[in-house]
Design a protein around this ligand. Structure first.
Ligand code: PEP
Length: 254
């Protein structure tokens, strides 16, 4: 039995305007006593970090606030970007880096992902590093190579001490927002390979301690089987995180 605390994240992506974001955060805050033993984080869109932080306040820190992205350099001439100190000022303690939509839609490279991981850690944030293969890569037998490659690039320069503040999110790209979920066995196999790669990069103790979340159409109905796998330590949830009962149902399965 793993001693790793399960971690469930709600990635709200570019969804929910202010009133809806506050309503969802308040609904989750009201359920926070049910989340004991599970680390819960929500990632609203930038403009709503502050009102969501306020709406989560009654939960007394039981629900963490995360940012979906941030830029790597201190404040300055970077039009359109949001700095690490700004997201911290808004109440965020967690930074999501390397989500497939940022890699494949926005075009972030492994180098920028690594820069963001290092900058986020340096700023004192916890960092969720998302990795995962596309359907084409899976069908051509490259799943493990892609995952271990993105892992190695993403973690380059991260110290053993900093690994305590890293969570890895394995998100097969073909499963994100598609309703297609990796089978628990396939997901477990990928997670196991990722954990072995962490042992190779660091040591077995760090590999045993690091949390690896699964992401890709996780819902209350499939969460239990996925989360029962030895190396699956939680979930990063998109669509189902927008409904308080579905998100709470996944947390209950963790
Ligand atoms: C995600 O955006 O990280 C995700 C897993 O989305 P969904 O749950 O909608 O597949």
């Amino acid at each position: 039995m793993s001693t790793r605390t399960p971690t469930i994240g709600g990635n709200w992506k570019m969804n929910l305007h202010k009133a809806e974001a506050i309503e969802l955060a308040a609904a989750l805050a009201a359920k926070a006593d049910d989340f004991a033993g599970v680390e819960v984080t929500v990632f609203p869109a930038f403009p709503y970090l502050i009102p969501v932080a306020d709406a989560l306040a009654p939960a007394g820190g039981k629900i963490k606030l995360g940012a979906q992205d941030a830029y790597i350099t201190p404040n300055g001439a970077f039009t359109g970007e949001v700095s690490l100190s700004m997201i911290q000022d808004a109440g965020a303690s967690v930074l999501l880096v390397g989500h497939s939509e940022r890699r494949h839609v926005i075009g972030e490279t492994d180098i920028l992902v690594n820069d963001k991981v290092l900058a986020g850690l340096e700023a004192g944030l916890d960092v969720v590093l998302a990795i995962g293969e596309t359907l084409e890569q899976r069908e051509s037998g490259k799943t493990d190579a892609i995952n271990t490659g993105q892992l190695g690039y993403g973690l380059a320069g991260v110290t053993a001490e900093q690994m305590k503040r890293i969570t890895i999110a394995y998100e097969p790209v073909w499963a994100i927002g598609t309703g297609k979920t990796a089978t628990p066995e396939d997901a477990q196999k990928a997670h196991s390979v990722i954990r072995q790669a962490v042992a190779f990069l660091y040591d077995q103790g760090i590999a045993d301690a690091v949390r690896i979340q699964y992401g890709g159409s996780m819902k209350p109905g499939n969460a239990g089987d996925l989360l029962a796998q030895t190396d699956i330590d939680g979930g990063l949830i998109g669509g189902a995180a927008l409904k308080p009962d579905d998100f709470a149902g996944i947390i209950a399965a963790a």
